[in-house]
Design a protein around this ligand. Structure first.
Ligand code: AMP
Length: 213
């Protein structure tokens, strides 16, 4: 079973997907994490994606489809949470072709007030090794720039600067928002208010997921 977690950059999809993976046994598939891994390993795909991602734009659909296929294969047999895919209607259709309508249990939109998004994301700090997410003021690591989870360095992602966040939010509005209608038309769309604390949003999301199971 696949559940899609959708929402603007900074809506908290990655944080919530991590919690749901830890507490509810889901496998998280994050196409952003998969691309960052390819960059770190210096693969051909990583080299191609690096500058596009740093600009805040979308990596080509054919590259993403290959990544998605191998991630789905690796997670076979587990309930899956998709974080960061699909990001446009063409990708939504490609996913549909891959797993069929019945392969998707729902698409949950994590909705956060636009004003909060830039504040959240430009304060975000991320572990270079395990991807753990922090916030410079509201949730810093215990030791400055050191990951609580794995001890590696915590940095600001190149696409998390205020300038790049604005590009990403623009891409979200023009390319990704239409995906919501795609799932609405299939009767798979659900909305969860993402404005509260991590724990309160988690509770609402977990309840929504249980109602889909
Ligand atoms: P994320 O970690 O989900 O915020 O993704 C970071 C960046 O990776 C995005 O801004 C895109 O450049 C790229 N990316 C991740 N997922 C996709 C996707 N499904 N389609 C195209 N580009 C993607």
């Amino acid at each position: 079973m696949i559940v899609i977690l959708t929402g603007a950059p900074g809506a908290g999809k990655g944080t919530q997907a991590d919690l749901l993976a830890q507490r509810e046994g889901y496998k998280k598939i994050s196409t952003g994490d998969a691309l960052r891994k390819q960059i770190k390993e210096g693969t051909e795909i990583g080299n191609k994606a690096k500058s596009i991602m740093a600009e805040g734009k979308l990596v080509p659909d054919d590259v993403l489809l290959g990544i998605l296929q191998s991630e789905l294969e690796a997670a076979r047999g587990f309930p899956i949470l998709l974080d960061g895919y699909p990001r446009n209607v063409a990708q939504a259709k490609a996913l549909q072709d891959l797993v069929g309508k019945n392969g998707i249990r729902g698409a949950i939109h994590l909705e956060v007030d636009p004003g909060a998004l830039i504040q959240r994301i430009s304060g975000r700090r991320t572990c270079v090794n395990c991807g753990a997410s922090y916030h410079a003021t509201t949730n810093p690591p215990k030791r400055e720039k050191v990951c609580d989870r794995c001890g590696s360095e915590v940095v600001q992602r190149p696409d998390d600067t205020e300038e790049k966040v604005k590009v990403r939010l623009g891409v979200y509005e023009s390319e990704t928002r239409p995906v919501l209608d795609f799932y609405r038309n299939l009767g798979l769309y659900h909305r969860v208010d993402g404005n509260g604390t991590t724990e309160s949003v988690y509770k609402a999301l977990a309840a929504q997921l249980r109602s889909l199971a």
